[in-house]
Design a protein around this ligand. Structure first.
Ligand code: LMR
Length: 442
């Protein structure tokens, strides 16, 4: 009965690893998937992760019961703090609902399913280019996917004008997917001033930001630094969604640990006052009232928190309806590792040191690759390698050149010319440089 089923193509990113695994060459090099490798080309389990796992194993009180549908409560609280900031008013005002999901992809999917059911505008705008899985996740969830310009191949930088034009032309209230930092695949991020302009434009059109935060800590080595774009949007009191992944920054790829946070709007104080008592007062009167009667301010703040908490509880209840038929409840192990590390200040510190070491090694690979191309006199301007940030360099090599490098040099990368800098080492830089040189000169 399945004879009619046609063979589907391999995934454009994970399929690169499949092809790599089949290659018997001793010189093969996998720069496809974004997974960190050591200088020796080996996968890395962070010491702090090993330590957390040991603690979990030694704790005899731990059992293997189901987690709640929304996951581990500690993990959720700590994840929201990590992305929004420890003293985020949004968290204090109970405006954030966080659920544990299956890494970044699962968090995006749950968020998208929720939006398809409960948000009135079903169109999501994604950047061109973007991570190849984005359009599939959103389409399958029932959203209509449209695009906005992001990358300019001519400058190998941000097409900021194109981005602003496309978002200005998009309908009000549309959902907009934003990469929180270390844009995948280009490694090109807006500056803080550009983020501020994007924020203003989106808020003026009541658009809904949906952040994909898969590289917090990887772009700059600083967890707070890499969350600035998200925090800008949260600080203005408007809504936003954030999908977090611990695959890269804690190296928990296969544990599938992530979180979806939905931050809803600050309920305007004035409307609470008007709603409760002062319906006929003008805005000015209400302000005067605030100055004169501090107790009223207190009362309003209190009402706001309660009302927000009520909305959060309703949002959470609907997220449970999305999750339960999809995978019932999330796995316990990875989330327990993350919670153990995030709640212990020593372990947290140890994590930041190890994270910075990974980020620094990637930055050093950029410099080494750039220097080696210069030294070899490879034609072209390669300065984008040291300007782009995060895990990937968007080389500018075309699909034909990529195929040549794979065939002749056993170097594996996605056909759009993206290379994972995290897969490169001082030992393999010369091999890559030889391949790039041959690809652009042959
Ligand atoms: C990547 O872009 O290489 C990673 O995000 C891994 C993946 O799942 O595609």
């Amino acid at each position: 009965v399945f004879a009619h089923v046609v063979r589907a193509p391999e995934d454009p990113i994970l399929g690169v690893t499949v092809a790599y695994n089949k290659d018997p060459s001793p010189n093969k090099l996998n720069l496809g998937v974004g997974a960190y490798r050591t200088e020796e080309g080996k996968p890395l389990v962070l010491n702090v992760v090993r330590r957390a796992e040991q603690m979990l194993v030694n704790d005899q009180s731990r059992v293997k019961e189901y987690l709640p549908i929304v996951g581990l409560a500690d993990f959720n609280k700590l994840s929201a703090k990590l992305i929004f900031g420890a003293d985020s008013p949004a968290i204090q005002e109970n405006r954030v609902t966080t659920v544990q999901c299956l890494s970044g992809t699962g968090s995006l999917r749950v968020g998208a399913e929720f939006l398809a059911r409960h948000y009135h505008e079903r169109t999501i705008y994604i950047p061109v280019p973007t991570w190849g899985n984005h359009p599939k996740v959103f389409t399958l969830a029932g959203l209509t996917v449209k695009t906005y310009r992001y990358y300019n191949p001519a400058t190998r930088g941000l097409d900021f004008e194109g981005l602003l034009e496309d978002l200005s032309a998009a309908p009000s209230r549309a959902i907009v997917l934003l990469h929180a930092c270390a844009h995948n695949p280009t490694g090109v991020d807006p500056t803080l001033e550009q983020w501020e302009q994007i924020r203003k434009l989106m808020r003026s059109k009541a658009m809904l930001p949906f952040f994909d935060s898969a590289y917090q800590g990887f772009a700059s080595g600083s967890l707070d630094g890499d969350a600035q774009s998200v925090r800008m949007f949260v600080a203005d009191g408007g809504e936003c969604l954030a999908a977090q992944s611990y695959a890269k920054n804690m190296g928990l790829y296969g544990e599938r640990v992530g979180a979806l946070s939905i931050e809803q709007i600050e309920i305007p104080v004035v409307s609470v006052v008007v709603g409760v008592k002062e319906r006929r007062n003008s805005f000015k009167d209400i302000l005067v009232l605030f100055v004169r009667v501090p107790r009223l301010m207190y009362f309003c703040h209190d009402s706001q928190v309660c009302k927000s908490a009520d909305v959060s509880a309703k949002v959470e209840s609907q997220l449970k309806l999305v999750i339960r038929p999809m995978y019932s409840n999330p796995p316990i192990h990875g989330a327990s590792i993350v919670a153990t590390i995030l709640k212990d200040s020593n372990m947290y510190h140890e994590w930041t040191v190890e994270l910075k070491a990974m980020a620094d090694r990637i930055i050093s690979m950029r410099q080494q690759l750039f220097n080696a191309l210069q030294a070899k006199g490879t034609p072209g301007d390669w300065s984008h390698i040291i300007k782009q940030i995060g895990m990937f360099t968007f080389t500018g090599l075309n699909a034909e050149q990529v195929a040549f490098m794979t065939k002749e040099y056993h170097i594996y990368m996605t056909s759009d010319g993206r290379i994972s800098m995290a897969g490169l080492s001082s030992r393999t830089v010369p091999h890559l440089v030889d391949a790039i040189h041959a690809a652009v000169t042959t």
